[in-house]
Each structure stands twice: as structure tokens, then as C-alpha cells.
Design a protein around this ligand. Structure first.
Ligand SMILES: [Zn+2]
Length: 110
């Protein structure tokens, strides 16, 4: 039933929550609904960050743009003097984001 969307935070917030929960043994407060790339609020279970799973076309476009933006961002961070991210790490992270962006730009499951 229905399309699978991507949430606007690409689940980054969930990764942070899980990390905090693991570190401080807090109970993770996982949201039951999230805002999608196409501007809807849907149950978290109706979203994915996987280019092979997201079927909503506006969400795929959103994810492609967002991963390209993150690629540029992480690349810039790596080039900053005194950055916590090494240039090599930033470059491979940026490459990963560009690869995911390219998959969102292609057909579902491609
Ligand atoms: Zn959507």
C-alpha cells in the first residue's frame, strides 16, 4: 500500500538518537511519524533511506539533491584547516554520498 518515502533528515537524527542511547543508556525516543521529502507526514515505517526501496518520485529527487549537498558539505569540511575530518575520510564519504545520489537519480532498485 502506498509509496515508500524518505524522511527529510535521511534518518540522521535516528543515528544520533541510537548513539546517545547506547552511550548514555537513555531510552531512545523514536518518532512514530516523520516529514518526508515530498512534504507529507507519514509513519516512520513508510520511509527508507535505501535507493532500492524508496518509490515516491519527489522523495527520490529530494534524496538525490540532499546526498549531493552532503557530498559537497563533507568535502568542504575535509578541506578546512584543523578539521576533525581527514581529507581522505571526507573524500570517501563524499564519494559515497555521490554514489547514493546517483542511485536515487536512477530507477527504483537500480
Ligand atoms: Zn514522498
Amino acid at each position: 500500500m502506498g509509496d515508500i518515502h524518505i524522511d527529510t533528515k535521511l534518518r540522521a537524527d535516528l543515528a544520533v538518537r541510537e548513539m546517545l542511547a547506547a552511550t548514555f543508556q537513555l531510552v531512545a525516543d523514536v518518532p512514530t511519524t516523520v516529514t518526508t521529502g515530498c512534504g507529507q507526514r507519514v509513519p516512520l515505517a513508510m520511509t527508507s533511506g535505501d535507493p532500492g526501496v524508496v518509490t515516491c518520485p519527489p522523495c527520490r529527487e529530494f534524496a538525490q539533491r540532499e546526498h549531493l549537498r552532503l557530498a559537497d558539505l563533507v568535502q568542504d569540511l575535509g578541506l578546512m584547516p584543523g578539521s576533525v575530518i581527514a581529507v581522505g575520510t571526507a573524500t570517501s564519504a563524499a564519494a559515497k554520498h555521490r554514489e547514493i545520489a546517483a542511485r536515487f537519480g536512477g530507477p527504483v532498485g537500480g
